[in-house]
Design a protein around this ligand. Structure first.
Ligand code: NAD
Length: 399
């Protein structure tokens, strides 16, 4: 082969790369993709076992991702404890991120039209598997579709590798992939829970009651409440009250910019705390976010909202039972506007990426929300730590 031939080949490959064409399935040159890989399977309640399977050949519409890590969500813990979604055996993990190691030739771009290639760092949002009457009539409400799926909450199948708690995951046809090469691993691990809170804030904004100088309550300072508080801060909202019974979480709320914190365990009863909140807010907050999943909290939050104020219910992704309110005092007499919030849309993901960059820009230490990291083999321990409410965001990280 002479020099001229080499030059032409180099030029052709550079042009192909610049066009971001995937002439055929690309495989990572740097990372040798193994034939087999491990996944963490929830085989029975409170038992995760590590199993090894052959990695199938991906087709032209699929992407093989080497998992870098995945947050452990409260929903994973519910599934681990009680299997409410009837999924066992299942590979859990839906807050994941990783690096593309193989990409089918039909996948050229992420959902925001950015070119996708082997080596890119990505996250995924929901997948709408089928367009039904509801989604045709209400395209803006794709998050409420019956045919919405999330990796990590899918039944096991012959293909395996459909949850993020493993060494590899295969992203199937029509996945919503977002390229996030500019973000640290911790930032990427927080994208999914952050999207939940972005959606909640978008829902709150529809009431017209969430304003620059609003007095806002965040009830529950787990990962969801703390992330929500951070979103409010990036919107310039400074008058934030945070309520929880865990001092460590309230300290984090302060670090993220809560102006007032209330530890409900330090008050003799709810009425005393309510009195303190009414005094601080001159009769109740303008808007409140319920982020606990606890029925008694879902009932009591109405009392903390002022007349004519608003409320967003975020905390009940899982059915934790009924919560009673007094329609006379809580709704009619006060004319409170209530909205519910369910997961997120693709558009919320795009906003979330902006939020994470903006949080960094104003110096909010959101990465410190990731307090624990466990390897694949230690996922049972990760679940237990989460159940004991130790730390804040517990994550699985492939070491
Ligand atoms: N709407 C959605 O789409 C969606 C999505 C994800 C999660 N969620 C839900 O959001 C909730 C919060 O998630 P998380 O991961 O932060 O959970 P978490 O359990 O880590 O945090 C809940 C917090 O609420 C606090 N709390 C309990 N009772 C309280 C009370 N009476 N007053 C104030 N605080 C109280 C707890 O101490 C804890 O810190 C969960 O129930 C989860 O199911 C909803």
């Amino acid at each position: 082969m002479d020099i001229n031939q080499i030059d032409i080949q180099t030029i052709v490959s550079k042009v192909m790369a610049s066009l971001n064409e995937n002439p055929k399935t690309q495989t990572s040159p740097a990372t040798e993709v193994p034939k087999r890989a491990k996944v963490a399977v929830l085989t029975q309640k409170e038992k995760i076992e590590i199993k090894e399977f052959e990695i199938p050949e991906i087709n032209d519409d699929e992407v093989l991702v080497k998992v870098e890590g995945c947050g452990v969500c409260g929903t994973d813990v519910h599934e681990y404890k009680n299997d409410p979604f009837n999924l066992i055996p299942v590979v859990l993990g839906h807050e994941g991120t990783g690096t593309i190691v193989k990409i089918g030739k039909n996948i050229k771009h992420d959902i925001m039209s950015q070119p996708l290639n082997v080596g890119d760092k990505i996250v995924t949002s929901v997948t709408i598997t089928k367009e039904d009457t509801f989604s045709k009539m209400h395209p803006e409400k794709a998050n409420l579709s019956d045919h919405m799926e999330v990796y990590g909450l899918l039944p096991d199948d012959a293909y395996r590798f459909n949850g993020w708690f493993g060494e590899y995951i295969i992203l199937r046809k029509d996945s919503s992939i977002f390229k996030v090469n500019d973000m640290s691993l911790k930032e990427r691990l927080l994208i999914e829970p952050a999207a939940v809170t972005i959606h909640a804030v978008e829902r709150a904004k529809t009431t017209g009651l969430l304003k620059f100088n609003s007095m806002v309550l965040v009830q529950g300072c787990g990962p969801i409440g703390l992330m929500l508080l951070s979103v409010l801060r990036t919107m310039g909202i400074e008058n934030i009250l945070a309520v929880d019974g865990d001092e460590q979480r309230l300290q984090m709320a302060k670090r993220l910019g809560a102006k007032y914190t209330f530890n409900f365990k330090e008050f003799n009863n709810f009425e005393v705390m309510l009195g303190a909140i009414h005094k601080t807010t001159n009769g109740g907050v303008d808007f409140a976010f319920q982020c606990t999943g606890v029925p008694s909290a879902a009932s009591s939050i109405y009392k903390m909202v002022r007349r004519g104020g608003g409320l967003c219910e975020v905390g009940f992704f899982v059915d934790n039972g009924d919560a009673t309110i007094n329609p006379h005092f809580d709704l009619c007499q006060k004319e409170i506007t209530v909205v519910g919030s369910w997961v997120y849309t693709f558009a919320d993901y795009a906003t979330t990426l902006d939020f994470i960059r903006r949080a960094k820009g104003i110096g909010l230490p959101i990465e410190t929300l990731v307090t624990h990291e466990f390897g694949l083999e230690a996922l049972n321990e990760a679940m237990q730590v989460n159940m004991r409410l130790e730390g804040i965001k517990v994550a699985f990280v492939n070491k």
